[in-house]
Design a protein around this ligand. Structure first.
Ligand code: F0G
Length: 458
């Protein structure tokens, strides 16, 4: 008999979670104004809101905390982090920041001016937010295949070279850099191929532009390159990661993902002048350049996490769990973004609730129904997250309306995944009984989905 696949770790500490009744959940979600961010975590049974900062640290990371050097300047923990970053990514200069969006804030303070254009592959919402906040524009150059959830193309995070070149030709003087998100969260945790990264570098060189990687899930991207791209099957994750980063000038990192810490981030740079300019903003916004919003102990855990997050056995366990959830849903005929991405399963709400109009926010409707069904919290990646157009102030309805089920690292077992599968199957079977969606009652002018208040229609 073939031995089944099992996790590459065992559990040393547990946190209790609580089941609830449908009546309780209906009350709680009403009190939260039908916004899942408004729920208390104790009102949630399986929390798939995000894979960011929700991972379980290892025994090695917990022991590293004790080594934290809490000096204001020049802490040894800073140098441990520097060493890990240099070894894993190859970048000589770095600035610690308290999380990924803080890295964007510091870097974009140097690189983004009003009226600029920033081409990329489906920029993450905080990235777009930091660009638009500076009165600049994010231009999405992702390949069209990414928007067809049934297309099994293995690299749906890829940049379309024609779209990128057209954007560069048209706006050459307004563009300082191209930003590539690896893996691409907004298209479904989809990887970017090495060939595509190389191509972006080649185009950037011809137009004398910088290449920035938004690297939150770079290790998951490296895993997919190993599994799916010819010529990489025998290379280690770290070799692949080093080659990926060799095509970038700068990286921003939310360490809450692939460095498996609960808080932390950084900017990696090759150029000393950029480092010097960014240092001033880091001091203003984050803290002195050798701690940047992180405590010494957090920098220690982050350094260990960078090594653990790039181990093949860990990544295989992680991504196979996400695939287990996604492929089980596919077998049941439930529409999801295919192939299954790295950190989450993205349910195609436009197809799931095809009878509900987009103006009633299909993905949010599905997210609320799933919570009511089984206490599972996902997140809408659709029109609410897309915000209004900064000029016309009209709702932007993106190509995809998705319910994201993000899996925290090393936290849930496949029994939890089975609960998610059964809950979605129940909803899919009775989807026609969900007659109405929701309307917006109150919203913030930017990044509205975090605090939005909604009310049921019908
Ligand atoms: N870039 C990407 C691709 C992200 O997914 C995130 C965060 C950030 C940047 C910002 O990093 O949260 O540390 O400030 N994504 C989380 C998510 C919030 O749920 O996908 P941060």
């Amino acid at each position: 008999m073939e031995l089944p696949f099992a996790e590459s770790y065992r559990i040393k500490m547990v946190e209790n979670i609580r089941r609830s009744t449908r009546d309780e959940r209906e009350k709680w979600i009403r009190e939260a104004n039908y916004n899942l961010f408004g729920l208390k975590s104790e009102q949630v049974f399986i929390d798939l809101l995000t894979d960011s900062g929700t991972g379980a640290m290892s025994d090695h990371q917990w022991s590293a905390l004790m080594l934290g050097d809490e000096s204001y300047a020049g802490a040894s923990s800073y140098f441990h982090m520097k060493e890990a970053i240099k070894e894993i990514t190859g970048f000589d200069y770095f600035l610690p920041t308290h999380q990924g969006r803080a890295a964007e804030n510091v870097l974009f303070s140097v690189l983004v001016q009003p009226g600029n254009i920033v081409p990329g592959n489906a920029h993450f919402d905080t990235t777009k937010g930091h660009i638009e906040f500076r009165k600049a524009f994010a231009v999405d150059c992702t390949i069209d295949k990414a928007w067809d959830t049934t297309n099994p193309y293995p690299f749906k995070g890829n940049v379309d070279p024609v779209k990128l070149e057209e954007t560069l030709k048209k706006n050459n003087d307004k563009i300082n850099f191209i930003i590539i998100t690896v893996t691409c969260n907004s298209t479904g945790g989809q990887p970017v191929s090495m060939e595509n990264l190389r191509m972006v570098r080649e185009i950037a060189d011809r137009y004398h532009k910088l290449v920035v990687f938004d690297s939150a899930r770079f290790a998951e991207n490296a895993y997919f390159i190993k599994k799916r791209e010819k010529g990489y099957e025998n290379k280690s994750i770290r070799e692949i990661a080093r080659e990926m980063f060799s095509y970038a000038d700068v990286m921003t990192m939310s360490s809450k993902k692939d460095a498996i810490v609960n808080m932390g981030g950084f900017i990696g740079m090759r150029d000393k002048e950029l480092f010097t300019k960014a240092s001033t903003y880091n001091i203003m916004f984050e803290g002195y350049i050798t701690y940047g919003g992180m405590s010494g102990r957090d920098m220690e855990a982050l350094a260990v996490g960078l090594y653990e997050g790039t181990e093949y056995e860990y990544l295989e366990t992680r991504i196979r769990q996400v695939e287990y959830l996604g492929n089980s849903l596919i077998k049941l005929g439930i529409p999801v973004q295919q192939p299954i991405g790295g950190h989450a399963v993205f349910v195609d709400a436009k197809k799931f609730l095809a009878h509900i109009p987009e103006e009633e926010f299909q993905a949010q409707t599905l997210a609320i129904e799933l919570y009511k069904e089984a206490g599972i919290r996902g997140v809408e990646i659709g029109a609410l997250l897309a915000d209004r157009d900064p000029i016309t102030r009209k709702n932007r309805f993106p190509e995809l309306e998705l319910l994201r089920l993000a899996i925290p690292r090393r936290v849930y077992t496949n029994n939890h995944m089975d609960v998610v599968i059964a809950a979605l199957k129940n909803l899919y079977d009775r989807r026609k009984e969900i007659k109405h969606g929701y309307k917006i009652v109150k919203e913030a002018p930017i990044m509205r989905h975090f605090t939005i208040q909604m009310a049921p229609l019908g």
